[in-house]
Design a protein around this ligand. Structure first.
Ligand code: FEO
Length: 388
């Protein structure tokens, strides 16, 4: 278990979930996910968010243990998505004197999720509002679309803690020993990636705060080297490549396009590219392919023609990239077609809908299998792809 100690007054009461099959109904999480929640003990007591219904019992036990017979005065809701908010009604019913503190938008959305009438128990807060708990003071910072419209983050000024909602979250339960960046990047790009502009706005606000600890709603509590995490968020949310390198993303029916993609990777390697990831869009994790597209400065897409269009997993991949605001990259296109190639046209059409994506020429057209003349075009395309 990662260290969840924050301070005498600020306690972790979240829970790990290692049995969930798909997070948000779509993302594989081989090491599970944590639903983080916190309690601030002061003259007034605040519970900071709840957890997913999959972890209700464990969370309620943790909360009661930390409360030690006391009553919470506030439940602060930074995000109403059910992986954090599922237990709002349960806690409110258990503690009828407790006030729910949330953005006005969150307050207006409560009836969508719950049957309890919260109308006399809510305190709607806005940008710049504060709430004193005694020696701790909560400062509310609105963060719309990071990752829902009602989101806010909370800065506690006495201990310099940022309760960052989904921001700085990561896939993986807290007892997982793994690199932060990889699973935080996959989480960010796939879940919040579309809203880079809104994240940039939040980072600007955060820059004016003296932050010593970040308490996200998923993943480890961040206490050291915070500049590292803030810098990663700045790169990801501004759609800048994180690494010079190439993602070779392919789809293949009988293995010939896969073979061509792998040969292209070899060509790029010979030309000096150090970081190359080759991914099979039908078999590798799609969210990881999307993540890698954002990670690297360049991409090769290789796919066969199918139904006068392109093999569906490539279509899905490119549409996902567009949805996540993929931009500012150089892309090389390789199509395969045995009688009437259509994949290249389709891939170019989808790439053409993205912002500032340069489609390099000449496109490679494979007629069933790679021939010496195909390799010549692949060499030319690789050179153009690697131009600055
Ligand atoms: Fe972790 Fe947007 O919920």
């Amino acid at each position: 278990m990662k260290d969840t100690t924050i301070s005498q007054s600020v306690r972790y009461v979240g829970a790990d979930d290692k049995t969930i099959d798909l997070f948000e109904g779509q993302y594989v999480v081989p090491n599970g996910i944590s639903y983080n929640s916190y309690v601030i003990l002061d003259e007034k007591i605040a519970v900071m968010d709840t957890v997913d219904k999959r972890a209700s019992d464990e969370w309620m036990e943790n909360v009661e243990k930390v409360l030690d017979g006391k009553q919470p005065d506030y439940l602060v809701v930074t995000h109403l998505e059910p992986d954090h908010a599922a237990n709002i009604q349960a806690l409110a019913e258990k503690y009828p004197e407790m006030t729910v503190v949330a953005s006005a938008k969150a307050v207006s959305m409560l009836p969508q999720f719950f049957t309890l009438d919260f109308s006399h128990r809510c305190q709607a807060v806005k940008e710049g509002d504060t709430l004193s708990l005694g020696s701790h003071t909560l400062h509310f910072v609105m963060a719309p679309m990071v990752h829902w419209p009602e989101v806010m983050v909370v800065y506690e000024s006495s201990e310099k803690i940022l309760f960052s909602a989904d921001g700085f979250g990561k896939f993986g339960a807290l007892d997982t020993e793994e690199d932060w960046t990889c699973e935080a990047r996959r989480y960010f790009i796939n879940i919040v990636g579309k809203y880079g502009m809104q994240v940039q706005a939040l980072l600007k606000k955060a820059a004016s705060l003296d932050i010593q600890t970040i308490c996200p709603l998923h993943g480890p509590i961040l206490k050291e080297n915070l500049g590292f995490y803030l810098n990663k968020y700045d790169i990801w949310s501004s759609y800048r490549p994180e690494d010079e390198g190439v993602l070779v993303a392919y789809a293949s029916i009988h293995g010939n396009t896969a073979q061509a993609a792998k040969e292209m990777a070899e060509i790029l390697k010979v030309k000096g590219v150090e970081k190359i990831e080759v991914m099979d869009l039908a078999r590798d994790d799609m969210s990881e392919a999307v993540e890698n597209a954002f990670r690297y400065s360049r991409m090769v897409v290789a796919a066969p023609s199918y139904d006068a269009w392109v093999l569906p997993c490539m279509d899905t991949f490119l549409r996902k990239l567009k949805a996540k605001n993929y931009q500012n990259r150089r892309v090389a296109v390789m199509e395969n077609g045995s009688w009437a190639p259509s994949a290249g046209r389709c891939m170019k059409e989808l790439l053409g809908e993205m912002k500032n994506v340069t489609v390099c020429e000449p496109m490679v057209t494979i007629r069933s299998t790679v021939k010496p003349e195909t390799v010549t075009t692949m060499e030319q395309l690789a050179d153009v792809l690697l131009e600055k």
